[in-house]
Design a protein around this ligand. Sequence first.
Ligand code: GUN
Length: 291
Amino acid sequence: MAQILNGKELAQSVRNDVAAEVQAWTDSGQRPPCLRVVLIGSNPASEAYVRGKEKDAREAGIDSETLRFDDDISEADLLGVVDRLNTDPSVDGILVQLPLPDHIDDRSVIDAIDPEKDVDGFHPENLGRLLIGAPSFIPATPFGIVEMLKRSKIETEGMRAVIVGRSNIVGKPLAALLMQRDINATVTVCHSRTRNLAAHTREADLLVAAVGRANFITADMVKEGAVVVDVGINRVDDESRDKGYRLAGDIDFEGVREKASWITPVPGGVGLMTRAMLLKNTMNAARRHAD
Ligand code: GUN
């Protein structure tokens, strides 16, 4: 039976570390790190993420505010908002919550964020820096996954890592991160067109699922003793719950936990680490701007 990679405890320890850093920072006479989150429209999942990010940031002593706009905001107006935040010297970190409405091009907005304030690490300059092994801001989910492994003392040297999902915010940056010299995994990235997916996943010492389909990875696809990391947060209809749904990961938790050596639950796994690493990036942004 797998040990649980407890996101609740691990994220709490990251948050405590950041809170102590922020305290030392302000004790030394600096202003608190300043994060501005931009939220367009009223997507319930985005609302929930942003509330969580804001709560964590405030508890860590970070000055955090969410700027909200209707979903009919024009791309030009949103770019104007980003530009104001870019040029405002009191702002350290900018996060534009995704997804954006269909009439706005995500790429144009991400590209417009000052790479020095891009605490999501989604700007091409920051992704490029990660790829060449000179990272500045690392996207929070991949960063959080690696932090979980490190804090749990899971040895990654020479590991065969298989990532299912090739998104720009999880799969691709995680592949770059796991290849780095302090991790030294051998990385395979699978996606929706991969032939015989299970043949790949069964080879994985470290299996990461980031596909957005509930219970997609089943026990027969997992090697005995694998470390299994679930990035999925899927809403599944459940009439027995007040909200009418429950959250399920991309991993069939009950089946896979019988085979894995370590496994992340959903909820209470990677999601909390993602939130915590945003705080770390925001603290780092404040340091860079003070230099
Ligand atoms: N939407 C889902 N995850 C994320 C994230 O990590 N950052 C942003 N900006 N939007 C998201």
